[in-house]
Design a binder for this molecule. Sequence first.
Ligand code: ADP
Ligand code: ZN
Ligand code: ZN
Length: 801
Amino acid sequence: MQIASVIVDVPTMRTDKTYDYIIPEEWTDKINIGTRVAVPFGPRSIQGFVLDIRDHSEITKLKKIIEPLDLTPVLNEELLQLGHWLTETTLCLKVSAYQAMLPSAMKAKYKKILHLVSDTHDTNLREIFGQKEELSWEEAEERKVLPLLQKEVKKGNVEVRYVVKNKGNKKWVRSFHLLLSWKELETVLSDFPHNAVKQKCILEYFQKTGKDQLSINQITEGTGATLASARSLVQKGYLQEKQEEVYRDPYENRVFKRTEALKLTDEQEEVMAPIVRSIDDKRHETFLLYGVTGSGKTEVYLQSIQRVLNNGKEAIVLVPEISLTPQMVHRFKGRFGDDVAVLHSGLSVGEHYDEWRKIQRKEVKVVVGARSAIFAPFENLGIIIIDEEHETSYKQEENPRYHARDVAIFRGNYHKCPVILGSATPSLESFARAQKGVYTLLSMKRRMNNKDLPKVSIVDMREELREGNRSLFSRELFSKLQDRIEKRQQSVLFLNRRGYSSFVMCRDCGFVIQCPHCDISLTYHRHTNQMKCHYCGYEDHVPTICPECNSEHIRYFGTGTQKVEEEIGKLLPEARVIRMDVDTTSRKGAHEKLLQQFQEGKADILLGTQMIAKGLDFPNITLVGVLSADTMLHLPDFRSSEKTFQLLTQVSGRAGRHELEGEVVIQTYTPEHYSIELAGIQDYNRFYKQEMMMRKIGSYPPFYYLALITVSHEDLMKVVSTTDKISKYIRSKISKESIILGPVTSPIPRINNRYRYQCLIKYKREPDLAKNLRMVLEHFSQQKQSEGLTISIDVNPYMMM
Ligand code: ADP
Ligand code: ZN
Ligand code: ZN
């Protein structure tokens, strides 16, 4: 007898272990390690992952697995190990780790079913169920028998069961295949019965199109005939019906022009050499490719991948979600054609699933995707590339809280292949590792066009105000905008994310309207004239009088993209503006369409939030303006200077990438801040030194590792006392070199009526920390369940709020 150890889809600490089940005889060769299965669990049937198969179990009364949910295992040996490592390092539940690696189409969906307990003789019930034993919840609702059945559930005559519904949804197309030769078809048609007009139409349509296979859609559209007519032809032996699985290809209708490898520059040759050595020697090495914007990093990626493909291996390329623009996709599809699968959040669940299956079936060799593409189930990986490695979106902010960079290095180690981290502004952590020799540093200092980096001028907005300029535009930026419009060149205007949220404030008493459930101000949305909380979704109308002082002077403030657009409309009415922000890009494909229009020269100014900072490579952009550089600087986050520097450098890099020279204007209220000043002269090295000093003084990464514990509950006292207990416990377990800050309130002290407290641990070496943190989770899991306490632990946090 074979016994499977199964992790079940019940996300609690208590069930975070394997359960043994008997593998039924008929499934022995179908159920393997890594297969998803449906198993009985209490009254329900739920999904699980088989982690091990043995021939005995310590448990005596075992249940049987109901059925396998896959024909081939979805988790291979490597992914199983990786899942284990994820649970150890991020302290997540095992089931969350495995689910994170699979497309969401494979997440179990459960269907509620009413099951007739077999020995009832109630005629009423018999009538409802008819010949069957089961009735779906929806059907019972529809037939209005649900209340009655719920009473029967109480009596024990009917059971509510949950069954695993979804096994991944493949898309099928029905098509018809012509079984006659063209000659035979002609003969058949010449003698076709007159009462079967529609059938004749279908055959004639095959003849007319010259195709020997047509989908049912093609047939109905081309002839107006129905499925029934086509099936009559099947009965007559003229056609054959087929069900064919098709992929939903989001890039189906696009042609990608093939590109050839470019002749590398000396600098590119130099950085390629060690990468190629690592590929050919089948040796794991992590490279930090530090190359200024426009230095040709992508070509290095492309040619490294080519090398890997020539060796018969596979490649993963990660790019940040927002730079998964068609431009970037083009560059990879253009070079490697149908060998490329693309994974990003714009895909429907089905499309995502299809791209994933292409990988699993080894129909593609390269994956380009956002964070979760790091789990692509390749078995013969030859290289992993992370572009814009400094982007914080590579850290997942929900369980499992993994960083794609760490996963990449795990997989690089497993497959003995190189990992390339590329950036013009490497994260401090990565650059420090490169300095220490943990990563190999590769630099490219020159831009491809041999042009200098664009000239940057920093404008002090306080000065503008003093001179009486109250506009959003400094005089310098405004005159440059005018100049570009006259020259028919393009400009990009950039608003920092935090800067675009406008708030509602009373001009008389200064009262700012806050969310009643969170300690954060509400954001004004112009098109609906509503105020909205970005944390809990609370919405309200803008009041006409101040709730504090009854003044009528209550207005919205802040510079939203819409407001900037209006102001441009007033000052430069002839300018054609494309606005890109969450409002204009929420529809699928809108992002792409707007960029396309801009590229085709249909606008003079591209105005947007940070989503436009990445990956833009248009020849006609000669001016970049940053409207407010410092909005991010004042966030309670030790990375705020780093983020500001990175963002300003990246945005500046959008100008003058081709023939025309570029200029950048950065407007700020704190021109003396080193992150702004050094971004202005694009001096990464000086910024690195300065920021390292700040981090050393503050005992922050890369000098210390961090772990952040956040506790939340509706009752403030409970939150404080729990956080206090946790802090004391950790303090008793940890060495003297480590620092514990807490309990303290979170930077956002309340979200959705739940108070939030933190305990921050700073440490250099604590081999037992993970174990102790897990103890905390286990110890409090009981209390968590009964009292609704939430405790989250983030190892290496990127969100400090
Ligand atoms: P980065 O990713 O470093 O910002 P890109 O890869 O976008 O830079 O390269 C900038 C431009 O230079 C692109 O238009 C690219 O096609 C071009 N380019 C890159 N390498 C070469 C080369 N060896 N010869 C000619 N043009 C190149
Ligand atoms: Zn007021
Ligand atoms: Zn709120």
